[in-house]
Design a protein around this ligand. Structure first.
Ligand code: NAP
Ligand code: HSE
Length: 442
């Protein structure tokens, strides 16, 4: 029998345990695929006493990650601990020690990819990260290899399993935001700090990684305009439903002749469209290529086994095609010649859903409509319900929903500022983006 490939694991939490489980359960199949047995030889955690359902067989856990890196039997290091430090220093050290690295850490790649891939180039080792974006969906390989003949024109994606799980349960089952977030945490979907999921940061990390590969543009998380679902109100989910839409947290990258639009925002997606049908912890990535046209990749975007599936596939890639994986790591994080500039958010064009709580009295709707018109924003449709209760002397407010045609975000910002100054609104106006229906421009 050939000598075993040695694996070292940094972090045996949700994802690390999934890796251990696949390597144990599919040992025979994996050995057939790579021609050698694969063995977990060392693993590091923070707390040795924590109960783990899947533990590396016969492997003593350590709290010192350096013991994993310096173990001479370790050929490939899996980083599944998360966070920036010590993960970054450990990956750099592993590369300097001549180990290949597999990581699921999108936060680290998004803001420190340049340093990590430069170290990989110098060490002539691979850094693979299929699990960092869209969980079990092989989108990194698809963009790197499968769609390599194309200039990528646009990406629209649901990239956070926790948010999609929450939005699905709120929309379909009318569940409360806080209850479903707890459920997502207990299922192992959420980040250690779930704020990163719900405020759009995790989606921005993943979009930054996709943009590097698809457009050759290195962007930091801070450069991605983002908004999450943490301030989304159940009323908007309900009104969107009435209008024939569901709300999804979408990451968008769109190539224009004058640059690249990038943003993460809760977006109304037409019911029955492909992205609207993506539910629970599933993710989907719609990629438009210059030659292939529209493609859609969908699958489970978070959780133990889908994420581990992507990490183990990286290991197999490194073992069966090491030269191409080393070359890819050396080339990946460099800008393409002529990488596009980022377009300021005020210049982004979108349709919008606007909701105002306005006093129920004559002239209010006309006043709002005039301000929108003065800013070049054309109204596509309007709904206003009659007030549910007729108050006596107090002001009665009603919800007014306005759907607009395409306009720039800057025009919308200016119009909303003017409306807030001149109308007696109850609360802040709500603006959500709207994805086009089939046949409409977006
Ligand atoms: P997790 O369940 O919190 O596991 C983290 C593991 O790392 C734990 O075993 C923890 O030890 C260990 N660890 C943390 N800091 C350490 C340190 N300084 N020294 C030694 N061990 C340390 O997290 P996870 O959900 O598996 O996520 C891991 C990574 O995968 C993150 O980068 C995350 O963004 C990414 N990811 C997660 C998912 C998902 O669905 N969960 C999907 C895609 C990508 P203890 O167990 O002793 O605390
Ligand atoms: N917390 C992430 C999510 C894990 O919910 O999508 C997968 O990257």
């Amino acid at each position: 029998m050939s000598s075993a490939i040695g694996v070292g694991i940094l972090g045996v939490g949700t994802v690390g345990q999934g890796v251990v489980r696949i390597l144990a359960d599919s040992a025979e199949l994996l050995e057939q695929r790579v021609g050698q047995p694969i063995k977990v030889v060392a693993a590091a955690v923070r707390d040795l006493d924590k109960k783990r359902d899947y533990l590396p067989d016969g492997v003593a856990l350590t709290t010192d990650p350096m013991e994993v890196l310096t173990n001479p039997l370790v050929d490939v290091v899996f980083e599944a601990m998360g966070g920036i430090e010590p993960a970054k220093s450990l990956i750099l050290k592993a590369l300097r020690l001549g180990k290949h690295v597999v990581t699921a850490n999108k936060a680290l790649l998004a803001d420190h990819g340049t340093e990590i891939f430069e170290a990989a180039r110098l060490a002539e080792r691979a850094v693979c990260f299929e699990a960092a974006v869209a969980g079990g969906i092989p989108i990194i390989q698809a963009l790197n290899v499968g769609l390599a003949a194309n200039r990528i024109l646009s990406i629209s994606a649901i990239l956070n399993g926790t948010c999609n799980f929450i939005l699905t349960a709120m929309t379909r089952d009318g569940k409360a935001y806080g209850d479903v977030l707890k459920e997502a945490q207990s299922l192992g979907y959420a980040e250690a700090d779930p704020t990163m999921d719900v405020d759009g940061t995790d989606t921005a990390h993943k979009l930054a990684v996709l943009v590097q590969i698809a457009f050759g543009q290195t962007v930091s998380t801070e450069q991605v305009s983002r908004r999450g679902i943490d301030r989304l109100e159940a009323a908007d989910i309900r009104f969107a439903g009435e209008l024939g839409y569901v709300i999804k947290l979408l990451a968008k990258a769109r190539w224009r002749p004058d640059g690249l639009e990038l943003r993460v925002s809760p977006t109304l997606v037409p019911k029955g469209s492909q992205l609207a049908e993506i539910s629970d912890s599933y993710n989907a990535v719609r990629v438009e290529g210059s030659a292939v046209g529209d493609t859609l990749f969908a699958g489970r975007g978070a959780g133990m086994m889908p994420t581990a599936s992507a990490m183990v596939s990286d290991l197999i890639g490194i073992l069966i095609e090491p030269r191409s994986r080393i070359r890819a790591a050396a080339e990946l994080w460099k800008p393409f010649a002529g990488a596009p500039r980022l377009i300021n958010i005020d210049e982004h064009r979108t349709r919008a859903y606007l909701r105002f709580q306005i006093p129920d009295r004559p002239g209010q709707l006309a006043h709002l409509a005039r301000i929108l018109g003065d800013n070049g924003i054309s109204i596509a449709s309007v709904i206003q319900h009659e007030p549910e209760t007729l108050a006596s002397s107090e002001v009665v407010y009603v919800s007014l929903i306005i759907m607009t045609h395409l306009a720039t975000k800057g025009a919308m910002r200016r119009a909303l500022e003017h409306i807030q100054k001149t109308c007696e609104l109850n609360g802040e106006p709500i603006l959500l983006e709207v994805d086009a229906r089939a046949g409409q421009p977006n």
